[in-house]
Ligand binder design. Structure first.
Ligand SMILES: *Cc1c(COP(=O)(O)O)cnc(C)c1O
Length: 398
């Protein structure tokens, strides 16, 4: 067998270098653990970036995919397929939205959401110069449209000009949002809990004020729930905690638990006057394999009572991280809900993460100074204790 080093050299010779990767080649996963090709075991508090909600190697999930592979994995959107119908019905129920469009990724879900909002405004007044308000420090994906509303100038700069008419406001600062509204504003887009930007949950008052502002001006509220959705906050979608319903929302990451799939969804009000035949499409989006995954994931969330586990383990993690923050002078802040939490340090966390990996714990950052905790949603209190023991040692070494 090739060694880890040989595989990594091969990878770096063949793949475009767009990631600075940790020097690990994976073999397999099981439950809360990942195993590299040398057999080393790691407790996983990353979950493939908030993707693998059910834990690795869930038998019911694997069996559902295998059964679909033996039938058909792709048809075409010119026909109907049963997994997509089932998955759409279930997504409607858990999201409280009325219409679903399946995509292959999160960024594509954001693209679709933006197109739906633009078309809605176009049908209303016939003009083509509508504006979108997005948030500073937001993350919506790397395609040109999603990048246009991503509030990180460093990600955008080299790719300008992006889509026009995007204005940025400060998350959780209602006055800054209000200041950007004009008669041309068609949508306000934000994450309900900012993920990549550093784990910032929305303030309830802020969200409610934005909802009211949208209602008053017929502006569509788009909530990006790609990272914070699918149970991660202890609610199926984070907005359900606040009771502030969006007009359009996005989901991806955990919705397929590893099969590349996402969706944008909307209320009937938007669906009735936005995208229609010929306005949008995708070859793969909603194919039977991806939708068999979505359908099974939603069933398993219910059977395994995932939301309840997130609330229990999330509260426990919250208390423990608060205690750690109180006794550790390098920790500046602790934020988050459920199993999406962050610890902000007074320095880069790169060294701490490398020490943790060395000791068999996977952690990931969100910005240079923040460690993000986004484990599979099956994590237990015992997993939290094990994680904290390694984290503390790693902090002390750095
Ligand atoms: C990951 C992420 C995206 C992009 O999803 P991809 O599947 O990587 O395209 C968009 N929005 C949020 C909030 C995300 O966390």
């Amino acid at each position: 067998m090739e060694t880890m080093k040989q595989y990594i050299d091969d990878a770096e010779a063949a793949l475009l270098h767009t990631y600075n990767r940790y020097q690990i080649v994976w073999d397999k996963g099981d439950g809360m653990y990942m195993y590299d090709i040398e057999g080393k075991k790691y407790l996983d508090f990353v979950a493939g970036i908030a993707v693998f909600a059910l834990g690795y190697n869930n038998k019911a999930y694997n069996d559902a995919l295998k059964a679909q592979i033996d039938k058909v994995i792709h048809t075409s959107n010119y026909y109907y397929n049963i997994p997509a119908i089932e998955a759409a019905k279930k997504l409607k129920r858990i999201s409280q939205m009325d219409r679903v469009f399946f995509t292959n990724s999160g960024a594509e879900a954001v693209e679709g959401a933006l197109k739906a909002a633009k078309k809605y405004a176009y049908l209303r007044d016939g003009s083509t110069d509508h504006e979108i308000i997005a948030m500073n420090h937001s993350f919506h994906g790397r395609t040109m449209g999603a990048l246009s509303v991503t509030g990180n100038p460093h990600y955008r700069e080299a790719f300008e000009p992006l889509i026009g008419g995007v204005k940025f406001a400060d998350f959780n600062d209602f006055d800054s949002v209000k200041a950007q509204v004009t008669s041309k504003t068609c949508a306000i887009i934000m994450e309900t809990v900012q993920g990549e930007g550093g784990i910032y949950p929305a303030d309830e008052k802020f969200l409610k004020n934005v909802r009211e502002l949208c209602d008053k001006n017929d502006i569509l509220l788009i909530l990006d729930e790609i990272q914070c959705g699918m149970g991660r906050t202890g609610y199926m979608y984070a907005w359900q905690k606040y009771g502030v319903k969006p007009d359009i929302m996005t989901t991806a990451k955990a919705v397929g638990c590893g099969v590349p799939v996402g969706a944008f969804m909307m209320t009937e009000k938007v669906a009735a006057q936005s995208l229609t035949s010929g306005d949008h499409g995708t070859t793969y989006g909603g194919n039977p394999l991806a939708c068999a995954a979505v359908s099974k994931v939603i069933d398993l969330f219910e059977e395994m009572d995932i939301l309840n586990n997130v609330k229990q383990t999330g509260d426990y993690l919250y208390k423990k991280l608060d205690a750690l923050a109180a006794k550790c002078p390098a920790v500046k802040a602790h934020r988050g809900i459920g199993l999406i939490q962050g610890l902000e340090f007074d320095k880069s966390v790169g060294g701490i993460i490398l020490s943790a990996i060395d000791k068999g714990l996977l952690l990931i950052n969100a910005g240079a100074n923040i460690i993000r905790f986004i484990p599979p949603l099956i994590a237990t209190k015992e997993n939290v204790d094990d994680m904290l023991a390694i984290l503390e040692e790693s902090i002390n070494e750095n």
